[in-house]
Design a binder for this molecule. Sequence first.
Ligand SMILES: NC(=O)c1ccc[n+]([C@@H]2O[C@H](COP(=O)([O-])OP(=O)(O)OC[C@H]3O[C@@H](n4cnc5c(N)ncnc54)[C@H](OP(=O)(O)O)[C@@H]3O)[C@@H](O)[C@H]2O)c1
Length: 252
Amino acid sequence: MLPYMPSTGGMCSAFPPYRALEKLRCHSFPHWPVRASSATAMQIRTLAVFGITGQTGHALVNAAAVRGWAVRGFARPESATPRGPAAPIIVRGYFTDSTRVVEAVAGADAVCCVIGPRAPYTEVFCAAATAAIVQAMRQVGSRRLVCQTGAMVGPGNRTPAFEWFCRSFARRRPAVAQDRLEQEGLIRECGLDWTLVKPPRLTNGPARHAVKAGCALRVGLLSSISRADIAEFMLDAIEGAQYVCARVFVRG
Ligand SMILES: NC(=O)c1ccc[n+]([C@@H]2O[C@H](COP(=O)([O-])OP(=O)(O)OC[C@H]3O[C@@H](n4cnc5c(N)ncnc54)[C@H](OP(=O)(O)O)[C@@H]3O)[C@@H](O)[C@H]2O)c1
């Protein structure tokens, strides 16, 4: 019989025996559900989101709000305020301002990074921004980092047509492709509890809750996944302590 184990970050998990049991559950039995006690249910967890003004950021805020997370976002001073019923706290700043980045992650139980260049995909900033996030997380002692890059970044189990498309993009935008590679390298070496989430084409369809995920998942030119499903996947990975230190491909 599975003993009751409070969820990670819950009040009881402050006790070393519970932490040890939780660690055992996460690493050996990641599919076992975690039951919330009234104590843990009352505890509001905080999620810090970088890229909150983007479309995945928007999906993440909505999904997190439904699950009872408090969301804090980081956005450039000139970015539009995120729309929607959830009202996240927004820290305004640039990634070069470490004080503001630290403010965004302070006290966060988990951090999601869903930044990326907007069309025409010429801006090179992801590796530097991610380095700032990692540095800030180390400073405040926050450990769980889930970062979305893409199925086109680095090695993968891609169909020949998709592989050709990735190489062609890298030839047209070498600095951007290199930036995303460096971003992934930085995360893999960061020493935190990281997950790299690697979707193919993103859509704005509804969540279908039928995500296929795997470190060697086959992805093709026609593969896609909705941002709503990605958001649920990221939150599942955080709440279930799944895919820690893994580079995971996802598709609908
Ligand atoms: N679109 C796809 O089909 C696709 C497929 C696979 C992977 N991805 C990746 O998935 C992630 C999310 O994609 P998305 O389409 O949902 O995002 P998106 O709507 O394009 O949003 C991008 C986010 O990154 C921020 N950003 C852009 N340039 C920035 C800069 N120079 N400095 C700071 N922040 C900056 C944006 O902030 P502002 O509001 O300030 O611009 C926004 O919050 C990205 O990493 C993307 O590369 C996308």
